[in-house]
Write a protein that binds this ligand. Structure first.
Ligand SMILES: Cc1ncc(C[n+]2csc(CCOP(=O)(O)OP(=O)(O)O)c2C)c(N)n1
Length: 631
């Protein structure tokens, strides 16, 4: 349920936003005169800055998409026409223009607006997103549906150049270009993914744009250049080469799309006139616009990566408020330290990221060992099979991947890595509750979908010491090994430990108690420890979800009348279920309380709030366990 929680900056600032304050829906936008639109764009930017500086969120992409958002809502009949945002992190201006302006101050917060398009939130959000590169497929499906039902409706997908690094986008183009449906794809090209975009396609897009600039320069400045013979001669000699390289849109044309552009995506006049023309056409069309990520806010223009997803910041200076907590370190940064230390010792180590260098903690490694660092773009499937190929021929790949994005590469994990029992280490970040990104990014499924894969080992550290020991163990393991860790902090260890290994499938009994045994899988251990103390429970740091420490479970079942399992993962198919399966096989019958995320797509909020929503906060956990043991 979405509720208005706070007053918006508009309430007392109507004079600051004379146009925006009048827009409660795209119908209001369409009442504006065309010449007022640039001023509206400026107001939207200011409004984004003022709201997001308090809440944090995805800033730079939205700033870059202001004009295209205005143009599309101004010219198309939304919500009748379908507007599909890829990833959806750039849709804040769309939310502002579609009746959610006053709720922007609670975006990504508990009970507030989602940071992505969400079909239950607004009739203008035609397709939910969060993961990238789905927009063209979804839009094509809608175009087919419109035609099948005889509905006169336009369908528009807006996708970034980052989104265009994923195979799925090409699967959709390949299909869409071959069938004559009414589909407009807007390619919003800012040369950035979260970090600078990578790959041959990115180079191809830049070459189209630079080719256009070159042509303009050539026709407009010929005379000037003629006066400087050497420059003219240089340009003339380069011409043939450039011509071949930059024939605009060739690739898309050959895929069956009519290609238009590239044009300046911040020039409302150009956008409106070209889109008006495109509206008169039908069939698969692509409009290539070039924008700047962070447009209009110099700190974000200068460092778009920092302002891709950002915490609260100073809207004047761009200074980001520090969220670092003394004595604590994120699991991500522990991984980062471990990766650098291990990479320095072993030249076979290659690190792979599907476009998440910063989020996955690979910045240091990429700088120190660039030859062994591979940003493959938003291409999780390729990332995993690439690792399989490396492993097959003697390298030691480490795939750093978020739990939610590993979903994309499940078949590659099963078919390419596990079936062939290849030596690939998976550092699975953001496992469990993720917080503000909400349901689309939740990391609660990896346990269920990985623990059924033969030969794979799945581990979850309880704290920093475990994190190093389990990463070392995973790295040494000659088959697929996953270490899953949360978006959370833990006590900072004294140093990176690259020595400690643990026996595969070994748990640790940390405390002996009488009332029940509490088997903890992973980082909720920090919450479990005082509860075990207080309720006199045996406490086991299980470390391994697969293989389980069967001897330990057998012993706990014989020494206690009850067992409790705790994990930051889906209960269905989770580690607690694995324990139940084992007890059943062994004919051991005793009550088991499984605690974790019960059959849900978790809500959004801070990690603490979401854990609380699902009964995984200290007080609720204590109460549930106390009731179970009859306290
Ligand atoms: C499948 C998947 N992998 C990774 C991400 C994380 N991610 C979110 S936005 C983004 C970059 C998108 O770049 P682009 O489409 O060019 O949009 P821009 O932010 O540049 O406007 C990435 C990698 C994701 N959302 N989905």
């Amino acid at each position: 349920m979405d509720i208005v929680l706070d007053s918006s900056p508009l309430n007392d600032l109507n004079e600051t936003y004379p146009l925006l304050s009048r827009i409660d829906s795209p119908d209001d936008l369409r009442q504006l005169d065309e010449h007022e639109l640039p001023a509206l764009a400026a107001e939207i930017r200011e409004y984004l800055l003022q709201t997001l500086s308090r809440t944090g969120g995805h800033l730079a992409s939205g700033l870059g998409a202001v004009e295209i958002t205005i143009a599309l809502h101004y010219l198309f009949d939304t919500p009748h026409d379908r507007l599909i945002w890829d990833v959806g992190h750039q849709c804040y201006p769309h939310k502002i223009l579609t009746g959610r302006r006053d709720r922007m101050s609670q975006i990504r917060q508990k009970g507030g607006l989602s940071g992505f398009p969400k079909i239950t939130e607004s009739e203008y959000d035609h397709f939910g997103a969060g993961h990238s590169s789905t927009s063209i497929s979804a839009a094509l499906g809608m175009a087919i549906a419109a035609e099948a039902q005889g509905i006169d409706r336009k369908t528009i997908a807006v996708i970034g150049d980052g989104g265009m690094t994923a195979g799925m986008a090409y699967e959709a183009l390949n299909h869409g270009g071959a069938i004559d449906k009414d589909l407009l794809v807007i390619l919003n090209d800012n040369e950035m993914s979260i970090s600078p975009n990578v790959g041959a396609m990115s180079k191809y897009l830049s070459s189209i744009w630079s080719g256009k600039i070159y042509s303009n320069l050539r026709s407009g400045s010929k005379r000037v250049l003629r006066r400087i013979p050497s420059a003219w001669e240089l340009a003339r000699r380069a011409e043939e080469h450039v011509k071949g390289m930059v024939t605009p849109g060739t690739l898309f044309e050959e895929l069956g799309f009519s290609y238009f552009g590239p044009i300046d995506g911040h020039n409302l006049g150009d956008l409106l006139s070209l889109i008006r023309n495109l509206q008169k056409l039908s069939g698969p069309r692509m409009l290539h616009i070039v924008t700047r990520k962070g447009q209009g806010f110099p700190p974000a223009e200068d460092d778009a990566c920092k302002f891709h997803g950002v915490g609260p910041f100073d809207p004047e200076t761009g200074d980001v408020k520090s969220s670092a907590k003394p004595g604590l370190q994120s699991y991500t940064s522990l991984f980062s330290d471990w990766l650098v230390a291990t990479g320095q010792r072993d030249s076979r180590l290659h690190a792979i990221t599907p476009a998440m260098r910063e989020g996955s903690g690979l910045v240091q490694f990429s700088e120190q060992m660039p030859d062994r660092y591979h940003d493959v773009g938003i291409a999780e499937q390729h990332a995993v099979t690439l690792a399989a190929g490396m492993a097959r021929d003697g390298l030691k790949p480490v795939v750093a991947i978020y739990s939610t994005f590993l979903q994309r590469a499940y078949d590659q994990f099963v078919h390419d890595v596990a079936v062939q029992n290849l030596d690939v280490t998976f550092a699975v970040d953001r496992a469990g509750v993720v917080g503000a990104d909400g349901a689309t990014h939740t990391g609660n499924f990896d346990v269920a979908y990985c623990r059924c894969v033969p030969g794979a080992i799945v581990m979850a550290p309880a704290h920093a010491e475990d994190m190093f020991a389990l990463l070392n163990t995973a790295y040494d393991y000659p088959g697929p090994a996953l270490v899953r860790y949360p978006r959370d902090n833990t006590a900072t260890p004294s140093a990176v430990d690259v020595e400690t290994r643990v026996e595969i499938g070994s748990a640790v009994q940390v405390r002996s108690g009488k009332r029940a045994a509490l088997l903890v899988f992973g980082s909720l251990y920090a919450i479990a420890e005082p509860i075990a103390e207080e309720l006199d429970l045996s406490l086991i740091n299980m470390r391994f979800i697969k293989p389980l420490d069967e001897a330990m479970i057998r012993r706990m079942a014989s020494e206690h009348e009850r067992l409790v399992t705790l994990e930051d993962a889906s209960i269905e198919g989770g580690a607690g279920s694995a324990v139940l399966e084992f007890l059943n096989l062994e004919n051991l019958h005793l009550p088991v309380l499984r605690l974790g995320l019960a059959d849900c797509f978790p809500s959004q909020g801070s990690r603490e709030q979401v854990l609380e929503d699902y009964g995984l906060d200290p007080a609720t956990l204590r109460k549930a366990i106390a009731e179970f043991i009859g306290d």
